[in-house]
Design a protein around this ligand. Structure first.
Ligand code: KIV
Ligand code: ZN
Length: 514
């Protein structure tokens, strides 16, 4: 068996990625990202376009001066001023690279450059020769290569390699290519350009048709040795090839691609989060590899399979991309097995009957809440372990209230199994109204010693937990209620305490941890 090829990862988050609308980063942030990229293990960092602005120049200069462990690259158009400025910025880099580009497609030649083929060829050669006179590592990109006539592309590539280019990058600048086409272009260059083995072939794909990763992988299959990409796939318009996706495709399907990279894949999620936080461009939840849902399984059948053998539904291990564990998001599609597993992980050993009760309550909650968090599961289990005979069972409330006005509360309960209700217009506000309604309904006068509200889970649909301490006839009892509706949680908490006062109950049992 032949040994795997090594694919260079060229990261352009700080250059093409920064061209995403709204993604600008300041100098300090760029250095932080560059350091994270080194830790990630990228081979080349394209740090910026030095002639574009003084800020870009300074960022490239600072990254060149601080980053070791990766080649630092600066972009330049194919003219002396750009190339010289890029070289000036790269002076302190232990491994500098000048990246020169010039458009080659008919459409760019005619409408943008107003140059014919010979003029483009001459300019490309002159630019590469100048860059090479300054720096031993020179990359040339025929911009819009994917829409360039293949004969002309082969001529340009041959000429720039002869002029000293050590890498030739084939950009699909407008994201127009298809995987088969990309494969053919790279294949044609390898077959038809006589000096092609003197340079590394690179690929640079944009994602306008959502094909950037597929096109890059097709280029690798055809023999490309470098992939240009960005963290989270950010970049001009729809973005660039996503680094995490292309790297994990190569790793996960090593059997197919027979290629390796130097990337420490466990740094993918932390680097993705850093870039998302710095640029403000958040990662969609369903984004492959680094999206919040990428390793989350909700369907009951999937969760059951995962618990039996993770490879049933998982082709990558979450820890390999830097996530701690697979998130079995509990929701309305989740089954008993996943619930029992989560309860156990939280320290609640449920017997079959308890599990059935918790599961039924869980399904009711899941209809109201999209995602069930650990705190929700714990609350459901606690209710189970805390269950004592209840004289009053909460059954609902209606409320009419306005700021500054006395509320009118109707509270419904089941008293010893029979429906009972009371309506009251009293209290300083809705919670006080509910409290007074309970006193009226139960005929028990109590003093509220403590009242606390806290969120037990996160998000807009978080569950609120209310705990109260009520005193009656020298006895103090606590009650706890949990609900997505804080007034309902308060009503449940008051009733729980009242039930205990009515029973003269001892403090509630602790769940059996195990
Ligand atoms: O998309 C493109 O063509 C580029 C070049 C500068 C490589 O970003
Ligand atoms: Zn680009």
């Amino acid at each position: 068996m032949t040994s795997p090829r090594s694919i260079r990862i060229f990261d352009t988050t700080l250059r093409d990625g920064e061209q995403s609308p709204g993604a600008s980063m300041n100098r300090t942030e760029k250095i932080e990202v560059a350091q994270a990229l080194v830790q990630l293990g990228v081979d080349v960092i394209e740090a910026g376009f030095p002639i574009a602005s003084p800020g870009d120049f300074e960022s490239v200069r600072d990254i060149a001066g601080t980053v070791t462990g990766a080649t630092v690259c600066g972009l330049a158009r194919c003219n002396d001023a750009d190339i010289d400025r890029a070289w000036e910025a790269l002076q302190r880099a232990p491994h500098p690279r000048i990246h020169v580009f010039l458009a080659t497609s008919t459409i760019h030649r005619e409408f943008k450059l107003r140059m014919n083929e010979e003029e483009v060829l001459t300019r490309a050669v002159a630019g590469v020769a100048r860059a090479r006179s300054l720096c031993g590592d020179v990359e040339f990109s025929p911009e819009d290569a994917a829409r360039t006539e293949i004969d002309f592309l082969c001529r340009v590539v041959e000429a720039v390699i002869a002029a000293g280019a050590t890498t030739v990058n084939i950009p699909d600048t407008v994201g127009y290519a298809t995987p088969l086409q990309m494969h053919r272009v790279i294949g044609a260059l390898r077959n038809r350009v006589p000096n092609i083995d003197k340079a590394v072939i690179s690929v640079h794909c944009h994602d306008d048709l959502g094909l950037a990763v597929a096109n890059s992988l097709a280029a690798v299959e055809a023999g490309a040795g470098q992939v240009e990409c960005t963290i989270n796939g950010i970049g001009e318009r729809a973005g660039n090839c996503s680094l995490e996706e292309v790297v994990m495709a190569l790793k996960t399907r090593r059997d197919h691609y027979a290629c390796d990279t130097r990337i420490d894949t466990r740094r993918l999620v932390p680097t993705s989060r850093l870039v998302a936080n710095i640029t403000g461009i958040q990662v969609p939840r369903n984004k492959a590899i680094v999206g919040r849902n990428a390793f989350a399984h909700e369907a009951g059948i999937h969760q059951d399979g995962m618990l039996k053998e993770r490879s049933t539904y998982e082709i990558m291990r979450p820890e390999d991309v830097g996530l701690e564990r697979t998130d079995l998001v509990l929701g309305k599609h989740s089954g008993r097995a996943a619930l029992a597993d989560r309860a156990k992980a939280l320290g609640y050993q449920l017997d079959a009957e308890q599990l059935q009760t918790v599961f039924e309550r869980f399904k009711v909650l899941a209809d109201r809440k999209k995602e069930i968090y650990d705190g929700d599961v714990a609350a459901l289990c606690e209710q189970q372990f805390a269950s004592l005979p209840e004289q009053y069972v909460y059954d609902g409330y209606t409320l009419t209230s306005a700021s500054g006005a006395t509320p009118t509360v109707t509270l419904r309960v089941l008293k010893d199994g029979d429906p009972a209700a009371v309506t009251i217009t009293a209290g300083d506000g809705p919670v006080d109204g509910i409290f007074l309604a309970i006193e009226k309904l139960t005929g028990m006068t109590t003093v509220c010693r403590d009242f606390r509200v806290q969120a037990v889970t996160v998000g807009k649909d978080a569950q609120g937990e209310v705990t109260v301490e009520l005193e009656h006839a020298g006895q103090v009892q606590r009650g706890r209620g949990v609900s997505t509706d804080s007034l309902e949680a308060a009503a449940k908490a008051f009733l729980a305490a009242v039930n205990r006062l009515a029973l003269g109950a001892s403090p509630r049992l602790h769940p059996q941890k195990g």
